[in-house]
Design a protein around this ligand. Structure first.
Ligand code: SF4
Ligand code: SF4
Ligand code: SF4
Length: 275
């Protein structure tokens, strides 16, 4: 990759986030959006910049910068439930604020541009799971992906039940739901990672957010593509892929293609620079 292109990708990503930041700041008349999206965009751009300079912990740095900010600052200090039940809650109350905007940008419409990039660089659940020992799956895929639809439905039913029962202090309940939900996600994620010898087992089978992410990622603009002329079918890209994607297939129907987290491990591993 030439030097100009090396600058263009992080800069392009930064500009996209700045456009979102400035648009929301001006339309919502709230400087929080400018600071929030500028911080996230700068973190991601820095990660891409470091990645292109072959710094091996580049992605981890972005995960920690964005994940900790969202978990600790937005979740615990600002008490904004950024989990899926928080999204339902703010959606039903008609409040187009941090959680709903976050879902719209990172998990519903953003994936049309950057696929499951959120999962590779920003998710605070995967931020912890990626420290576990099974960076790639040591076992074959399980046919239990249907669980994601159950967790998705449970999150929705939980919030609907709260509204129907007209309990008081619903904001407080949502805050505790955020804390308990996160503890559960981490516990299940860590247990599954060891049981299936796969750090990303939670993402592959349980996470309710993939119900949004997978169909939108199918149309993702940013994709890793394979130059068939250079590829020698050595299979190294698949060996290092945490999401079991067959990146040598350029079609949109490539195996597990909607789960690509743009981690670029395959690109780093390819001996022929075919990706
Ligand atoms: S699939 Fe879910 S848990 Fe995994 S990284 Fe994406 S949002 Fe996070
Ligand atoms: S290794 Fe390649 S194909 Fe697999 S998730 Fe990362 S970027 Fe996507
Ligand atoms: S690592 Fe490169 S050369 Fe080997 S199969 Fe993958 S794309 Fe082809």
């Amino acid at each position: 990759m030439d030097n100009k292109k090396k600058w263009m990708i992080p800069l392009g990503m930064w500009v996209i986030f700045e456009i979102v930041a400035i648009t929301l700041w001006l339309t919502k008349n709230n400087i929080f959006y400018l600071l929030n999206f500028s911080y996230i965009g700068t973190s991601i751009a820095l990660g891409l910049f470091l990645f292109q300079r072959n710094y091996r912990h580049a992605r981890k740095i972005v995960q920690l910068m964005v994940g900790l900010y969202m978990l600790i600052y937005l979740g615990l200090i600002c008490q904004e439930n950024m989990q899926i039940e928080g999204f339902w809650y703010y959606l039903f109350t008609g409040v187009f604020e941090a959680a709903t905007i976050h879902y719209a940008v990172a998990k519903i419409f953003g994936p049309l541009i950057f696929g499951q990039g959120w999962c590779g660089y920003a998710c605070w659940t995967a931020m912890v799971l990626d420290f576990l020992p099974y960076k790639t799956s040591q076992t074959s895929r399980k046919k239990i992906g249907f669980i994601r639809y159950i967790t998705f439905a449970v999150s929705l039913i939980f919030v609907v039940a709260l509204f129907l029962s007209q309990v008081g202090n619903i904001e407080k309940i949502m805050f505790w739901a955020f804390i308990i939900g996160n503890i559960l996600y981490y516990a299940v994620g860590i247990i599954l990672a060891f049981a299936f010898k796969d750090n990303r087992a939670f993402c592959k089978y349980i996470c309710p957010i993939t119900v949004f992410l997978k169909p939108m990622s199918y149309f993702s603009l940013l994709r890793v593509k394979c130059d068939k002329e250079k590829c020698v079918s050595c299979g190294k890209c698949k060996q290092v892929c945490p999401m079991d994607v067959d990146v040598t297939d350029n079609s949109r129907k490539r195996e597990n293609g909607t789960e690509c987290i743009l981690c670029m491990e395959c690109v780093k591993a390819c001996p022929k620079k075919a990706l």
